[in-house]
Every structure is written in C-alpha cells, then in structure tokens.
Design a protein around this ligand. Sequence first.
Ligand code: PFF
Length: 448
Amino acid sequence: MNTTKEQWSSRFGFIMAAAGSAIGLGNLWKFPYVAGTNGGAVFLLLYIIFLMLLGIPILLSELAIGRSGGMNAIDSCKKINPKWGFAGAFGIAGAFGVMSSYCVVGGWVIRYIINSFANGGANMNAEYFSDFSSRGFEPILWTFIFMAATCFIVAGGVTKGIERVSSVLLPILIVFLIGIMIYSLTLPGALKGVKFFIVPDFAEIGGFSGFIRIALNAMGQVFFSLSLGMGTLITYGSYLPKNSKLVSSTVTIIAMDTAIALAAGFAILPAVFSFGLEPDGGFGLIFQTLPVVFSQMNGGTFVAAAFFLLVLFAALTSSISLLEVIVAWVCAKTKLTRTWAAVIVSVLIFAVGCFASLSVGAVPELSVGGMNLFEFFSFLSDKIIMPLGGFFICLLTGWVWGIPKAEEEISNSGAIRFRARKLFSATVRYIAPMLIAVIFITSIFGGK
Ligand code: PFF
C-alpha cells in the first residue's frame, strides 16, 4: 500500500518543515487582525491559555500517532484502531478547505510583491486592495501561480522539496521579521500599539457573549496557527525516524510559532497605531494598512517588498504542508506517482480556489449563510473542522490508544523520560476535549 518510505534527513530539517507549516499567514496575516478585532490583549491571554491546554497535547499526540503509524493521516489513525480512520479524514477534508482560501491570499501576496517593486508601492492604499481583490480574472491568475509553486515543491518530495525549501526560507523569514519589528517599535507613538496588544482591557469584552466570541476566535487561532487537527503533523510525524525526540520537538515548534506570532503583532500593531490607523481593519489589515505605513517610511519600497516576500515564504512553507497531507494519502491509495498526485490535487484545489477568489468581490452572490465562499471556507476549517479533528485526536490518543501505549511511543520505548506524563494524560483525556466541546456548544447557543 505504501510506496518507498520517505524520511527527514535531519532534526533541523524536520523542525524547519514543521515550524514552517505552523508559521504562515496565520501568524503574519491572521494573528494581528484577529487580535485587533477581538480586544487585543484579552485575546492574547486566552490564546496563551489555549496554547498550553490544547496546543501542546494535540500537537504531541499527532506527532506520536504519525511516527507510530508511519503512514498518511488516515492510515496512521486506522493503525491504532481500524474504525478511527475518520479522525485523519477530517484532516484531509480540512486541508482541502483551508488550501482553497489559503491559495487566494497567497496570490494576493505575490501581487503585492510585484507591485511594490514596480510602482514603489505608493499606490497600495485601502482602495487598491478592494479594487484589485474584487477584479474577476487577475487575482485568479496570482492564485494559480501560488498553487503552481506549492505543487512544484511538493512534487519534489519530502527531503529534496519540502525540507530543503523550508530550511532556507524559514531562517530568512525570522531575520526579516525581527528587522521590521525593531523598526516598527521605534516609530513615534508605537507604545500605544504595544499597550493595545499586551495590556488587557476587560471592559472592552462585551459581556458573556463577547467573551465566548473571543474564546472561540482564540481557540480557532491556536488550531490554525499550529496546523492542528488537519493531519499535517501526523503526516510530518510519519517521516520521523524512531529515535527522534517528540516532546522537545513539540515544545520547539510551539515556541517558534508563538514567538513569530508575537513578533508579527509587535511589528504590525505599533505601526498601525503610530500612523493613526485602526487595528480592527479585518482581513485586509496587512494589505490595506501596512502599505500606507511603508509608503511613509524612508526606503519604504524596499521594506514593503521585503515584508510581502517574507509573507510569501511563510505562506509557501505552510501551503506545502497542506498539500502534502492530501498527496501522501492519494499516493498511498492510488498508483499515481507523487508528481501526478501533486498536480491533480493542485488542479482541484485551484478550481475551488477560483470560486473563493471570485466570491471576495467580483461575484458576491457566491455565498453561504451570509458569508462569502472565501469566509465560509475559513469559518468551516478553523472553527469547525480543525477543532473537531483535534477533539477526535484527543479521544483517539487518550482513550482508544490509551496513555500507556502513547507513552511508549513518546518515550521511545522508555529510552527518554516522559516527565509530563500525568499532565499529558489529564489534558489529552479530559481537559482538551471538554474545553473544545464547551466552547463549541456555547458558541452555537450562547455566543455569536
Ligand atoms: N499554520 C498555518 C498558518 O499559521 O498559516 C496554516 C495551516 C497550515 C493550517 C497547515 C493548517 C495546516 F494543516
């Protein structure tokens, strides 16, 4: 069933690929605007709590399931219990959904890089974004280019494609982002943005339903940002050698992802406040407000181009992980070669992505329940599929597989001490699934 077994060539390569999957548009594009529209620091506080209670146990469980199974997301879950393949299937369906809107945003980013170089970025104001994103054909062309680049890397394979590209792009991204953050923090009036980001204003929450809304958004963001509940980490875990250290890898990936999300908040929000712009601009935040900020800086053209290039790198290392989840499964189930599997899946995602792109402006009738298709896909994936996927991963690990067997895998059969065993057991069996269920149900009945 499985073709030749692929494996990461080094621990560094795996960490870069897994952290590269986690660090993406979720950190640079989504985190600052979701924090901005959800009360800033209150959101941040809940985000950190969910990171501990949900992020750590689920990420560790996914890596353990993947390494133990050594196969794609569905088959690795089935290996634990033949009836539980559906837990991995959430990931494959979700990856398809996320990818169809991810590739649209990836396309916008490419457009912004080119425009920064071509026109010095001076024309990239709020109108530019709405005008460009609502054109029919043009954004589709950029979506296509982004999808083709993703396909090309995944077709190259695990070590030669994914690992190699991530190992180069992620370190560049970190250096760029630190530079932009330092610049942003030294702008006049930057402190207001820092305060908004880290000092909670509980008066701004808006009662119980407001709190639930913020909690749901914070939970969705933890899932999205860490690539959880999507089979990505099961798939990446399946390429790990048996002697790899799962706990320390989990901690490193989470620490890197959080550091980058915080750095993005510190790079973007102070600049937004310093230039008197609004932090709650929604999903256009980095597209509508940042270019305005850049255009007022010395050397702004260069900074704008560098920033959007960085966003593109981050987006690519994540989109390849999404495509890989589906490709790994298709390769195992069919006789297709990796290249053909990557091409066919990419074409299908692109086809759905075209509708998502058109729904943003050109054809607003493409909507479901008051949301355009683009918003609907991301609602479905980060508020429904990912938390449900995570919920079932917890049940699978904590109850079906059982803590003793999971511990056996995590501790490399006792070769490494698993000190947090009790904590892991409590979170994966009780706290995480209950938390997901409570937030999920209250958001349906109590919040909005
Ligand atoms: N974690 C990515 C980001 O923050 O942009 C998005 C993502 C990648 C979500 C892979 C889910 C996934 F499986």
